[in-house]
Design a protein around this ligand. Structure first.
Ligand code: 13P
Length: 243
């Protein structure tokens, strides 16, 4: 079954609106990623959808003002966490080293991880092979040490989100992101990574283009931002997916 992950980012404004969005999106196969302040309530109310955090810290406790630990998230009834989203890399200076620590901490707490990778426009302009090199570098550094991990690395999903496609209305060509998904799977299969990791595509997915990304093939699901907040768009998306 394809994964439909909805990243609400810094939206909506109130818990009431968040619950109403959940009511609309609470379907089997859907993962919702609300802001952390709504997580516990959303996890309590979700019946069919699974719930994920948009971020965590790598330490389990201590003097880290403002942070949330993997176990706290887990205790709130959350199963998933997004790590390495380009907005966190860009606005909060998250490095591959920090992302790596977060991934190991999340897996240790038995959370399922969606690792986000993807290249900026200047790299993609040089061609798909430059983009592949960029993504391979991210994978190598973000997943460093994972081979020594005897935990459930099958809990690892990768989301390919080319930065230039996020929030721009300019989605990648489905054939090119399918090629990247294949490349990610090959890169991970040549090392002791989880066999057949699932790879999602994210970046300006909407009701018009979702079917092309979800055709049988290398892409195992989508990570949707903007459209996940628009009821009419979601209604059409769920209609297309028959969920
Ligand atoms: P958009 O769907 O708004 O382009 O956002 C994609 C994204 O960043 C999902 O994590």
């Amino acid at each position: 079954m394809k994964i439909i992950a909805l990243n609400w980012k810094l939206n909506p404004e109130t818990e009431k609106e968040a619950l109403s969005l959940l009511g609309f999106s609470d379907r089997k196969g859907v993962l919702v990623f609300p802001p952390s302040i709504f997580l516990a309530e959303i996890a309590r109310k979700a019946k069919r959808a699974e719930v994920g955090a948009q971020n965590i810290f790598w330490e389990e406790g201590g003097a880290f003002t403002g942070e949330i630990s993997p176990s706290m998230v887990k205790d709130a009834g959350v199963q998933w966490v997004l790590i390495g989203h380009s907005e966190r890399r860009r606005y909060f200076d998250e490095t591959d080293e920090m992302i790596n620590k977060k991934i190991l901490a999340a897996l240790h707490a038995d959370l399922r991880v969606i690792l986000c990778v993807g290249e900026p426009l200047e790299v993609r302009k040089k061609g798909v092979s430059s983009a592949k090199k960029f993504v391979a570098y991210q994978l190598e550094n973000d997943l460093r040490g994972i081979k020594n991990f005897k935990l459930k690395i099958k809990n690892l999903v990768v989301a390919y989100e080319p930065i230039w496609a996020i929030g721009t209305g300019k989605a990648d060509k489905p054939a090119e992101s399918a090629e990247m998904a294949k490349f990610i799977k090959e890169t991970l299969s040549s090392k002791p990574y989880p066999p057949n990791p699932k790879v999602l595509y994210g970046g300006s997915v909407n009701a018009k283009n979702i079917a092309a990304f979800l055709r049988p093939g290398e892409i195992d699901g989508v990570l949707i931002g903007g459209a996940s907040l628009k009821r009419e768009e979601l209604k059409r998306i769920f209609g297309i997916l028959k969920i």
